[in-house]
Write a protein that binds this ligand. Sequence first.
Ligand code: HEM
Length: 414
Amino acid sequence: MASFELGSVSIRMYAFDLINTEIRERLIPLLSSAAARQEVLDLQDVFRRFSFDNICKFSFGLDPGCLELSLPVCDFALAFDSASKLSAERALAASPMVWKIKRLLNIGSERELKEAIKKVNELAEGMINQKRKVGLSNSNDLLSRFMTSISDDRYLRDIVISFLLAGRDTVASGLTSFFWILSQHPEVVSAIREEMEKVTGSSQELPSYQEMLQMHYLNAAIHESLRLYPPVQFDSKFAQEDDILPDGTFVPKGTRATYHQYAMGRMEQIWGPDCLDFKPKRWLKKGVFVSENPFKFTVFHAGPRICLGKELALVEMKTVALAIIRGFNTVAEDPDQVPRFIPGFTATVRGGLPVVMQEKERSLKIHRQPTSILLGQPLPSHWQIDDCNGSKKACMCSFGGYWSLRMAINCCKY
Ligand code: HEM
């Protein structure tokens, strides 16, 4: 059912609209604010908040508002992080006996894990109950679609949790690595901008879905980044029955088989002698993106259990990348930073990705005005936000002679 829903065109368009709304109303104002203050921002944290809001809106029709300008603490996200981290740490124990004994005695990390899982379960159940109260008709989100045909609450709760796990950290991780790698390759940023201008002309609007499909170089750059920095670095399966692999290897029932996407993306036998280089053009033939066999590019897994959210994830990554690259220069605080990953289900960079955002000249100088305060002016369309009275206008202040969205938002608060 998930495969059917996620594959439909209507759900992709629905997801695209949600992503654009989150970009316009939260991501760009937040980045503009950080740029105006020249403050260091952890892009990894921003992407995690972005993708959490987005997966909750998309999957459950609920908005946790994690990317609000104040960067609020989100209970659900915290409990979720804690449960994922503690479960992943089980694998680091000297022997599984260690965590099993701790679990039996309900002590230490196992006690914390139990509490975090309880909280995640309660919050997920809360979501399902809230959906029931609000009603399912006129809702496009996945949970409402599932709830029309599934009545087992425990099963629904597990669906909620799996979608959060599958769709949140993965996208944030992919975007973090992408922006880190771009900070090392300004020539790729220029090529993406060039392509964007070719496709969208001088339009200030966020690119449409159709326009994005024409951006082959961007798609290539994102795939190349995922190849070198896959969000899921390795993946294991347990044999349910005795089996024989295609090369004749016998696999007894219960064996754990692991493949390592991170290592496979860097193997000369698979990608050639330049396997360690970041070369988006390896994905292009005569300027057109050509996808690879999923058994070679295993980032989204392959075969019958291939990632169901692959297309959505790529749409989300491309839309966010375009919005940021179009409006900002991203300067890594430490240009020599090399990502080091924390143990976990998805690749998370230790220390995050601290950057300073610089709003691009074009965006910053849109409305140069001499006066100090003007109320009720419509914003340029690509910066439009709902203001406090929801009239699609915002109070605007001049800031050093330039109109600034951050100031606009601050004004609305007074
Ligand atoms: C760059 C982002 C993403 C990457 C790299 C990724 C990668 C993967 C991988 C490797 C698997 C296989 C896991 C396994 O073997 O059990 C998987 C499964 C899955 N993914 Fe993704 N994923 C991404 C984004 C998403 C998003 C955004 C969604 C949902 C909206 C999603 C939904 C799913 C689902 C439902 C499955 C389970 C499929 C099944 O078991 O049949 N993924 N993903």
